[in-house]
Design a protein around this ligand. Structure first.
Ligand code: C2E
Ligand code: CA
Ligand code: CA
Length: 791
């Protein structure tokens, strides 16, 4: 028999069942045989006892009479029973009969002892049932009994054997039908099963709810999982193949060059684009990157080494000289791919590099003037500061009144002014590095070591004051210049620029048209100004402003004609602050609007009171150029004075010639509407600016105020005297009156009278006084004048 047979479940089950049954059967039979023997013995004893009982009476008689013959017959009769081996009958201690199938001695007491017990029954007297007269002894036939027991045992063995066979057969059959067959069927099905086609192992019929059913389910689950794993694996493999093909395609068709090198720059593989980018054809494939004409080949190889050593991704741009003499910027990105190999991706960045250079240039160039811009200035300063020990001078130049050029003449005119300014700068600062750093702000850095030459700066300021030639008319501007020295005035760029700006600011505040070197106190002064600006804002709200009045004398009629209203600021801590200090501040900060409105209103109120009290006079009010036209619209002037019931010709508006110069169209319209409304218009500080009298013809002015600087020097300087005389005469020719300002001496007064100047104003008559003091002052002056004229 084959080993397979012995391993089969069926055979093993059968063997197991038979083995266990045989073991149990053996034990059962063993005990059954003992039991059978016991039963047989007791059965024999019972039967023999019954046998003795049947002969009881006869035996009783035989014993009573001692009849040996009868006893022997009796014993013979008993012996006829096959189970009896020996019969002994005793009476009064004597053996009456002793008959047996076996040989034995006649000795009464000697009885054969076998496996069976003898049956001894007492024999009683036939007349007295209580008196024993003898006894009868039966010895069972041991052989016979053994035979019976044997027969019985064989029967039991037979039954057991039959049982055993039946149990084993039943066990085998159930194993066969319940387990082996279904398993075999499942196994066959499993062989035929195509799980990938979605087939399922059928559950054997009738086993749906037992272990086999579960096993089938488990097998189906497992198969399902296996199938899905297989499918995944398959999809993955497919994807990998696709990827690989794609990668190949990418590699071959990539725009970018792709190459694989070892750590020393030897080329292992590359794609067609790499060749193209290197300007090579197929036959010229390079074995090493070293073989190509790089501008910084060492750096390129260094990059590859580093990438191989550190495993980091690195990159850089390198210039490659091509065979045709052209050159090309290639950008490399390297990454380690394992095994000491480096993968490089290469793209052509020539266009970008060229653009970068252009953009870098553009980013630091002012497109309007072609000079550097602010970024360029900072870069240039940084470079100079980097050179140790190199001191240099930097200046910031600001065009005075440029904003108005842009506003009134337009951006094109503004641009032209800037271009011409750049040209003048270049001409006057040869060798200097120039930039335009703000709308109308230029910077010049003198070559290191060059000294700040005052004469050169003065010449520059003068050059900037020359008229700018625009399409229509010459335009007079000017320039303010702030100077700093490196490293004395600042050791870093922001500090240096800030200090130059402070110096420039100072010039601008002083009226422009000049230059100044930075001084350490300037920062502090600027700070003070900021504080004052804050205080001024409060002053307007807290009524710290006040108007003083200074008489204006009519020299022809010898009487007080009017008064100029002059503003005062009584600072709670600093005392009286001069308008020369805070008016420019108000102009710069825009506060001039509120202050101007307040002045007009205050002066109107005062004049209305005085005129109401019978004082026949006018008041002149200073109007800052900054207020014209928006901060003090003509209509507002009209409304304010009218609200106080004042006639327009009792108010004079003093305007400096700046209004005529900077903002011609707006200024002119403003002047004309006020003139039409009947206000008097005074041209203040005449002679300090650049306007000529003939130029005045275009403006509807009434009166010219000759600046006090001319009046002051009149007595000493013949030129000034002549100038004042010329102004008076020419003004008269234009139908204008003149007021001489700053008249301090009788001398000056006499000269002015001689020159037919109509009006005079100055300390000679009075300083400006508070309104409360004015009526008395007026009365005194008028009295004195009347007295003098009467003389
Ligand atoms: P301004 O309009 O030229 O005023 C004349 C200045 O000369 C006044 O200075 C006056 O006190 C001063 N002064 C008068 N007589 C003499 C004299 O005989 N000798 C000398 N040395 N000076 C004399 P103040 O009051 O300090 O005003 C200075 C400037 O402030 C004014 O110059 C004017 O431009 C401006 N200002 C004054 N009040 C106002 C105002 O209400 N609004 C505006 N926008 N500016 C004002
Ligand atoms: Ca004035
Ligand atoms: Ca003046």
């Amino acid at each position: 028999m084959s080993a397979k047979f012995w391993r089969s479940l069926l055979v093993r089950t059968a063997l197991g069942v038979v083995g266990i049954s045989a073991l149990i059967g053996g034990l059962v039979m063993l005990s059954a045989a003992t039991e059978a023997r016991k039963v047989a013995n007791s059965e024999v004893a019972r039967r023999l006892t019954e046998l003795v009982d049947t002969v009881q009476n006869t035996t009783s008689i035989a014993c009573f009479v001692g009849d040996k013959q009868l006893a022997a017959e009796l014993a013979q009769g008993l012996l006829r029973n096959s189970e009896v081996a020996l019969v002994v009958i005793r009476a009064e201690g004597q053996i009456l009969a002793k008959v047996g199938r076996m040989s034995f001695s006649d000795d009464a007491d000697e009885l054969p002892l076998g496996p069976t017990h003898p049956i001894v029954r007492p024999v009683y007297s036939p007349f007295d049932a209580t008196r024993q007269i003898g006894e009868i002894t039966l010895i069972p036939d041991a052989q016979r009994i053994g035979q019976i027991v044997r027969d019985e045992g064989e029967r039991i063995y037979l039954i057991l054997a039959i049982q055993l066979i039946a149990v084993a057969a039943a066990a085998v059959a159930s194993v066969l039908y319940l387990i082996v067959r279904p398993i075999q069927r499942m196994s066959d099905e499993l062989h035929r099963l195509d799980a990938t086609a979605g087939q399922l192992l059928p559950v054997p019929v009738g086993h749906e709810r037992n272990e086999l059913g579960r096993l089938a389910g488990d097998i189906n689950d497992l198969a399902g999982r296996l199938v899905s794993t297989l499918e995944d694996e398959h999809a993955l493999r497919l994807q990998r193949e696709v990827d690989e093909r794609k990668f190949r395609a990418i590699f071959d068709n990539a725009e970018s060059g792709i190459l694989l090198t070892d750590g020393s720059g030897e080329v292992i593989s590359f794609n067609p684009s790499f060749l193209r980018l290197c300007g090579l054809t197929e036959g010229q494939a390079p074995a090493s990157l070293k073989a190509l004409a790089w501008q910084h080949g060492d750096e390129l190889l260094g990059l590859i080494h580093e990438c191989a050593d550190s495993g980091r991704a690195l990159g850089g741009d390198f210039l490659l000289e091509l065979a045709d003499g052209e050159s090309r910027w290639l950008s490399f990105s390297f990454g380690a791919v394992g095994g000491g190999q480096i993968q490089g991706v290469v793209i052509d960045v020539t266009a970008r590099k060229t653009e970068e250079v252009a953009a870098r240039l553009l980013a630091v160039t002012d497109s309007l003037t072609g000079l550097g811009n602010r970024a360029a200035l900072e870069q240039h300063l940084g470079e100079l500061m980097g050179v140790s020990g190199a001191g240099f001078v930097m200046l910031l130049l600001d065009i005075d009144g440029f904003r108005r050029v842009n506003e009134s003449l337009g951006l094109v005119a503004g641009d032209e002014v800037l271009r011409q300014s750049a040209y003048r700068l270049r001409g006057h600062l040869p060798g200097a590095w120039l930039a335009r750093v703000g709308a109308d702000e230029f910077a010049a850095v003198l070559p290191p070591g060059a000294e700040a030459d005052s004469a050169a700066f003065t010449a520059l300021v003068e050059a900037m004051a020359l008229p700018f030639e625009l399409h229509e008319q010459p335009l007079f501007l000017g320039a303010s210049i702030g100077l700093v020295r490196y490293p004395a005035d600042g050791t870093d760029i922001p500090g240096l620029l800030r200090n130059a700006d402070l110096a420039l600011e100072r010039v601008r505040r002083e009226g422009g048209q000049g230059f100044r070197c930075f001084e350490p106190g300037m920062a502090e002064q600027a700070e003070r100004r900021r504080r004052m600006e804050k205080d001024l804002r409060l002053a307007v709200q807290q009524n710290e402003l006040q108007l003083y009045y200074q008489p204006i004398i009519d020299l022809k009629e010898n009487r007080l004609a009017g008064a100029e209203a002059l503003i005062r600021w009584r600072h709670p801590e600093q005392g009286m602050i001069s308008p020369d200090v805070f008016i420019p501040l108000a102009e710069e900060s825009g506060m001039i609007r509120d202050i101007g409105l307040w002045v007009l209103n205050e002066a109107s109120t005062q004049l209305a009171a005085w005129r109401g009290a019978g004082m026949d006079m006018y008041v002149s009010v200073n109007v800052s150029v900054k207020q014209i036209p928006d901060d003090l619209p003509a209509q507002v002037v009209l409304d304010t004075t009218r609200s106080h019931g004042i006639e327009p010709d009792h108010i004079a508006l003093e305007i400096t010639e700046g209004v005529l110069m900077s903002d011609v169209s707006h200024g002119l319209a403003w002047l004309e509407s006020l003139n039409q409304a009947g206000f008097r218009l005074y041209l203040d500080d005449f002679g300090t600016g650049y306007s000529s009298l003939s130029y005045l013809k275009r403006f509807p002015m009434d009166t010219v105020k000759v600046d006090k600087s001319f009046v002051r020097d009149m007595s000493a300087d013949n030129n000034d005297r002549a100038l004042v005389g010329a102004i008076v005469m020419m003004a008269k020719g234009l139908g204008l009156s003149t007021v001489a300002e700053g008249v301090e001496t009788d001398d000056q007064l006499l000269l002015l009278k001689a020159l037919s100047c109509r009006y005079a104003q100055g300390y000679l008559f009075s300083k400006p006084v508070p309104a409360a003091e004015f009526p008395a002052l007026r009365a005194r002056i008028n009295g004195e004048l009347a007295l003098a004229s009467g003389m």
